[in-house]
Design a protein around this ligand. Structure first.
Ligand SMILES: Nc1ncnc2c1ncn2[C@@H]1O[C@H](COP(=O)(O)OP(=O)(O)OP(=O)(O)O)[C@@H](O)[C@H]1O
Ligand SMILES: [Mg+2]
Length: 257
């Protein structure tokens, strides 16, 4: 059975998109069939995977029922990795869907039709707790939360956990926490280490052992439309995301810290 992982944190710039792209690419590299869904109107995952944002069969048309799921999937943009793209039109979805019945489940209903074809579906969320994030959580099995190793890391996390609990109570009782992954870790500063310790002490969640370092190659890769596994396959960033992928694949088999 495949697993749908929602990458969420309403805080901006914490590494959701970088994690979506590179965890997906690492899973694909290890032979897993992966579908990436870009649920952010910014479309950073779409362009980061080298796909044109000027498409008229994106997740926006999919949610509005103007295209089919088959048409919206860009197949094998990289080996084993397919994508449902997004663009700025998606920003209007919240208002356009206001009166649509069961609007929280639009993405889930679409993905249910093709879920069987994939080992993993990864959904990149926008930096807000809006209808797009709720749709993602309704479609998901688990939520993976990237946390940036910076001073305000814990800010907003209780709100995110509360939202996950609400979705679990009212809309998707099967939703679970996948875990927390630290991003942009800077080994040269004490701050990164302190943030990791602080979050471990204050957050009663599964925390991945793989920590993503701050790595300039990770920041460069999207401008080339490539995941790190292809852009710089031997970089520290690529190695870190491969280790994370291993942990995600073996989730539950190992003891969590
Ligand atoms: N490990 C890393 N090392 C260096 N730069 C990184 C790393 N992770 C992310 N970045 C850079 O930090 C910025 C924010 O990352 P990213 O876009 O992944 O965050 P996000 O949570 O998706 O942001 P948003 O909330 O706007 O969607 C980007 O410029 C990205 O290239
Ligand atoms: Mg993003």
């Amino acid at each position: 059975m495949g697993r749908t992982i929602v990458i969420a944190n309403q805080k901006g710039g914490v590494g959701k998109t970088t994690t979506t792209i590179n965890l997906s690419a690492s899973l694909a590299e290890s032979g897993k069939k992966v579908l990436v869904v870009d649920m952010d109107p910014q479309g950073n995952t779409t362009s980061g995977l080298g796909v044109d944002k000027e498409d008229d069969k994106t997740v926006y048309e999919l949610l509005l029922g103007e295209t089919t799921i088959e048409e919206s999937v860009k197949k094998e943009v990289f080996p084993n990795l397919s994508l449902i793209p997004s663009n700025v039109n998606l920003a209007g979805a919240e208002i356009e869907l206001v009166n649509v019945e069961n609007k929280e489940n639009l993405l889930k209903n679409a993905l249910d039709q093709i879920k069987e074809a994939y080992d993993f579906i990864l959904i990149d969320c926008p930096p807000s707790l809006n209808v797009l994030t709720i749709n993602s959580m309704c479609a998901g099995d688990t939520v993976l939360v990237p946390i940036q190793c910076e001073y305000y890391a814990l800010e907003g996390l209780s709100q995110l956990m509360h939202t996950i609990d609400l979705v679990k109570d009212r809309l998707n009782s099967d939703l679970e926490m996948e875990g927390v992954v630290f991003t942009m870790y800077d080994a040269r500063t004490n701050l990164s280490l302190q943030v990791v310790e602080n979050v471990k002490n204050n957050l009663d969640q599964k925390i991945y052992k793989s920590i993503i370092p701050r790595n300039v190659r990770l920041a460069e890769a999207p401008s080339h439309g490539l995941p790190i596994t292809i852009y710089d396959t031997k970089s520290a960033g690529a190695e870190a995301y491969r280790l994370l992928a291993e942990e995600v694949i073996h989730r539950g088999e190992e003891e969590w810290q």
